[in-house]
Ligand binder design. Structure first.
Ligand code: NAD
Length: 478
């Protein structure tokens, strides 16, 4: 069933600014290339007003009890679930992923709201014994203040909520800039939160020129904390700006995940998992598997099995039953895939798939580049698309050296039945996340974050609330 795409607005305190009131940019359906809506572009004055609205609302929101905040976030999660089908259709229409995956994103989003709603009630202070008789030493926690949050387009709903949920749960207010390419799901989430009782101004939403908005918000005196998910290069420049202005920052940047497959595994089973893991969300996942290093004894069988399964992935419009992989979210990704494939061909590597599909929408074949020169572009730039690299290795040391030969360290994966080999791999791999015999490393209740240039700070888990809390030490003399 088709739904109406939500009306797109800037949300600033009580005010909703529609496309008729501002200059606009189009939102495009990546499966058809058609314009589905016009998005209003924030002016400098709108950006200032949003920071001021967040500061004003903070005065009351910071004083609400964690029980009250929990009730609102839990009610909003229930409303997301009530609107699950409409939300799934909206996500698929603006981003492309199959409906089943969009439903999974909504379920995880609702759970994220619930997790942080409950976690806020477990955010404890502490009492530290004093060296002076009769004195009291308390560590109290407070919200850190209004937050500027920037979320990308690959998970239109949950990318934003992984910032908004802990911020609101902690008692912070937020100015959120979702991706301009996928604004609809956030509009519905804002409605759910308001209907659940969230006061005006606690969550403000801006769209526009990303650099203009991030520059103005990070410099705004009202904003105390910055959270960004996106590419390494943009993240590093926002982190530098945040540093210059003394703002705390959480950065969830790119990955280029290695997968080490040792020769004791069930090869068919791992090939099946690899195809399902790699082509989810058309490979546009920061923690997705990319560089597959396979021990030589099973290399040919794995490559043949993986290629056969990649060739069977049903690519099409995500709204159509049976589609397993939708279009890429924007045409920049198709251009990027074509570039990686051309570079691989030039270097004499093997290419399986590697072609754009049709000339309507951003469809691209599930692609495997194998036996490729390690200097190839795809080994050094995050592909962020349906493209896997497969190469053989001989020793565990060689596998680890190649896996760690990257400027980023977000997720990593190891496949082996041997507990000793698992331990050696877990100890040797340089990454913030390790999946052992699984590609699942992200849950609402577990910490998610990278090392090296993948960023700093965590989203999810008990750790996900921390960035939004400040500590106040109180010494009470007797
Ligand atoms: P990009 O770097 O221009 O944009 C990535 C995201 O950051 C977008 O949502 C964009 O709106 C936002 N952005 C860009 N400049 C910004 C700024 N100055 N201030 C605030 N936000 C800004 O690139 P892209 O073409 O959209 O994506 C390319 C690469 O970005 C991908 O190859 C991937 O490496 C990375 N990316 C990572 C994630 C992730 O989940 N970590 C998500 C999307 C994109």
């Amino acid at each position: 069933m088709a739904y109406n795409y939500p009306e797109l607005c800037l949300v600033i305190g009580e005010t909703r600014i529609t496309a008729e009131q501002r200059q606009t940019r189009p939102v495009i359906d990546p499966a058809t290339g058609q314009v589905i809506a016009e998005l209003p572009i924030a002016t400098e004055a709108d950006i200032r007003a949003a920071a001021e609205a967040a500061a004003l609302a903070y005065q009351d929101w910071r004083r609400t009890s964690s029980h009250q905040r929990q009730a609102i976030l839990r009610a909003a999660a229930a409303k997301l679930r009530e609107r699950r089908e409409e939300l799934a259709w909206t996500i698929t229409t603006e981003q492309g992923k199959p409906l089943a995956e969009a439903r999974g994103e909504i379920d995880a989003s609702a759970e994220t709201l619930e997790w942080f709603a409950d976690e806020a009630r477990r955010a404890y202070g502490r009492i530290i014994p004093s060296r002076f008789p009769g004195h009291r030493q308390l560590v109290e926690i407070e919200p850190v203040g209004p937050v500027a949050a920037f979320a990308p387009w690959n998970f239109p709903l949950i990318n934003g909520l992984r910032k908004v949920a802990p911020a609101l749960a902690a008692g912070c207010t937020v100015v959120l800039k979702p991706a301009e390419e996928t604004p609809g799901a956030t509009m519905i989430a804002v409605e759910c939160l308001r209907e659940a009782g969230l006061p005006a101004g606690v969550l403000n939403v801006l769209y526009g020129e990303p650099a203009q908005i991030s520059d103005a918000l990070i410099k705004a005196p009202e904003i105390r904390k910055v959270s960004f998910t996106g590419s390494v290069s943009v993240g590093q420049s926002l982190a530098a700006l945040a540093g210059r202005h003394g703002k705390r920052a959480t950065m969830e940047l790119g990955g280029h995940a290695p997968v080490i497959i040792l020769d004791d595994v069930d090869v068919d089973q791992v090939a099946t998992l690899a195809a399902a893991g790699k082509f989810r969300n058309a490979g546009q996942v920061c923690n997705g598997a990319t560089r597959f290093y396979v021990q030589r004894g099973i290399y040919d069988r794995f490559l043949a099995g993986f290629a056969e399964r990649a060739g069977r992935v049903v690519v099409g419009d995500g709204r159509v039953d049976g589609t397993q992989m939708g279009p890429l979210a924007n045409d920049r990704r198709v251009t990027a895939m074509e570039g990686f494939v051309a570079d691989a061909r030039k270097r004499g590597g093997g290419v399986i798939g590697g072609e754009r599909i049709g000339n309507v929408g951003n469809f691209f074949q599930p692609t495997i580049l194998h036996d490729l020169d390690p200097a190839a572009e795809a080994y050094h730039v995050e592909p962020f698309g349906p493209l896997a690299l497969v190469a053989p290795f001989d020793s565990e040391e060689e596998a680890l050296a190649r896996a760690n030969d990257s400027n980023v360290g977000l997720s990593s994966f190891v496949f082996t039945e041997s507990a000793r080999r698992q331990r050696r791999m877990i100890d040797g791999i340089q990454a913030g996340l390790v999946g052992v015999n699984t590609f699942q490393v992200a849950f609402p209740e577990t910490p998610f974050g990278g090392i090296k240039e993948s960023g700093f700070g965590h989203e999810g888990g008990a750790e996900g609330l921390e960035p939004y809390l400040a500590k106040k030490f109180v010494h009470i003399a007797g």
